[in-house]
Design a protein around this ligand. Structure first.
Ligand SMILES: Cc1cc2nc3c(=O)[nH]c(=O)nc-3n(C[C@H](O)[C@H](O)[C@H](O)COP(=O)(O)OP(=O)(O)OC[C@H]3O[C@@H](n4cnc5c(N)ncnc54)[C@H](O)[C@@H]3O)c2cc1C
Length: 231
């Protein structure tokens, strides 16, 4: 690793160089697998977001959220320059606005903040982005760069993770005209927000992009969980 920086109290930024020639970064908010050594001589694999990829320099940036005590979080807590890790295959695409979308509303918790930051950097001017990011600590809010017109709220976790995000969804007013809703957070909260925007707010299903980034009390929850099992 070329650098390791604690950018906020609960976010560690790792910049890595290595055999990344021709690597496909998957575009804004894409995800891929990270492999690190585990305590028992094995390997731990978890899903992370391409926060940035500099193709010319071959530099990959990943932001690791610190939470609970999972093996990847433990690794990130003590990561140091020179440590090695592996990435698998190509990154899977993240989010790009639907054709004709004039706005997007993004709901994220701390571990989906890297995806939100990456997506915002890709949005065109003239688009409106309304962003809610639930953080562990008020100091975990980061600068968000975008050509779009962004309004961001940073509710701080209080008790149950993502409860503040569900509450924010309950109060949100979607802008007029065509637009998308993107959700990246804990699996149960993702389903709560999904039900609300499809049901009460009447968002067309094609305009909804939801994914569980983790699940309470589950290790390495599937990165295929979009909540669509609930219809
Ligand atoms: C598409 C996608 C992209 C992702 N991108 C990122 C990213 O860029 N940065 C990032 O930090 N994370 C990201 N995640 C989330 C990350 O993969 C999970 O948080 C992962 O479970 C962490 O591994 P672990 O070894 O620390 O914990 P695990 O061993 O998987 O879980 C141990 C315990 O920790 C708890 N836990 C797990 N994750 C969290 C969490 N996020 N918050 C609170 N408690 C948790 C669980 O309840 C579990 O019981 C992404 C997930 C997906 C699906």
């Amino acid at each position: 690793m070329a650098s390791v920086t604690r950018i906020t109290p609960n976010l560690v930024r790792v910049v890595a160089t290595g055999e990344l020639d021709g690597w496909n970064d998957g575009g804004p908010g894409a995800h891929f697998k990270v492999f690190v050594p585990a305590a028992d001589d094995g390997t731990v694999m978890r899903t992370y977001t391409v926060r940035a990829f500099d193709r010319t320099e071959g530099r990959l940036t990943i932001d690791f959220g610190l939470h609970a005590d999972g093996p990847m979080t433990k690794w990130a807590r003590s990561a140091a320059v020179g440590d090695r890790f592996a990435v698998a295959g190509e990154a899977r695409p993240g989010y790009a606005p639907s054709d004709g979308a004039r706005w997007c509303v993004l709901f994220a918790d701390h571990c989906a903040l890297p995806a939100v930051a990456s997506v915002l950097e890709s949005l065109p001017s003239g688009m409106e982005a309304i962003v809610f990011v639930e953080v562990t600590d008020a100091a975990d809010a980061t600068e968000l760069k975008s050509a779009a017109e962004v309004s961001a709220a940073w509710p701080v976790e209080s008790g149950r993770p993502c409860a503040e995000l569900v509450a924010a969804a309950g109060n949100v007013v979607l802008p007029d005209g065509p637009g998308d809703v993107w959700i990246g957070c804990e699996a149960g909260a993702m389903r709560d927000i999904r039900r609300h925007v499809l049901g009460e707010l009447g968002l067309p299903r094609a305009a909804l992009h939801s994914r569980a980034y983790w699940k309470q009390d589950v290790e390495n929850h599937s990165d295929h969980d979009t909540g669509s099992d609930e219809g």
